[in-house]
Design a protein around this ligand. Sequence first.
Ligand code: 6PG
Length: 244
Amino acid sequence: MDKISNVLVFETPEQVAEAAAERFVECASSSISKHESFTVALAGGTTPQHTYELLAGDEFRNRVAWSRVHLFFGDERMVSPDSGESNYRMVNESLISRVAIPQNNVHRMIGEAAADESARSYEAELKSFFGAVDWPRFDLVLLGLGEDGHTGSLFPGKDALKEDKRWVVATRQPQTGQERITLALPVFNNARLVMFMVTGKEKAAILARVLARVSTAEELPAQKIRPANGALDWLIDQAAASAL
Ligand code: 6PG
């Protein structure tokens, strides 16, 4: 494993998943010892799924005080929770249904509602949990990187990226028009730790652009993830790192 600042390169995607699970466990323990709970915003996509499966497996499951963990979501598609496209379904199958987490600690985004209504209701849920603060502060945010530079459901050129008041916003996937909701950029950037997971050679070109921080007319959404008062880690495999 090579370490280039906060960019960690692993040989295989399995090692990325393992390292992410290890950091999840460490972050959970230190958060729980400091403030008695651990709040995490989860990513969808295929890359983090392996991490969730590991967390639910024998090696990691008993190392997390699940009753103190609060699982939130970074983004969701406007689909029912049993759809193959639902982030909730993926996380439920790979993690939630396999660990002893109280149902009240699982804060899902409602996919089966109108996007605006769902964004408002999730914001209300966050406010009732985090209280009267400017922005919620997650202990950990997990993110993936799309080939167009998107992260969460913050897509290039969309208004959602400029949101500076609402905590949760409705948006659309630009190519398909599919409705999504996503945490707003200031929420991601208020986290204590943001951890990107990126694997596969199809991500090599966009990762090189994002990490080079090349300034263009419009920054890529993933380049705007810069925790103001927290840390930013990139866990990537060699295939994704091949153009760095
Ligand atoms: C999602 C996320 C999205 C994802 C990236 C990378 O729910 O799919 O919104 O931002 O993290 O598109 O996805 P992969 O890990 O599947 O490549």
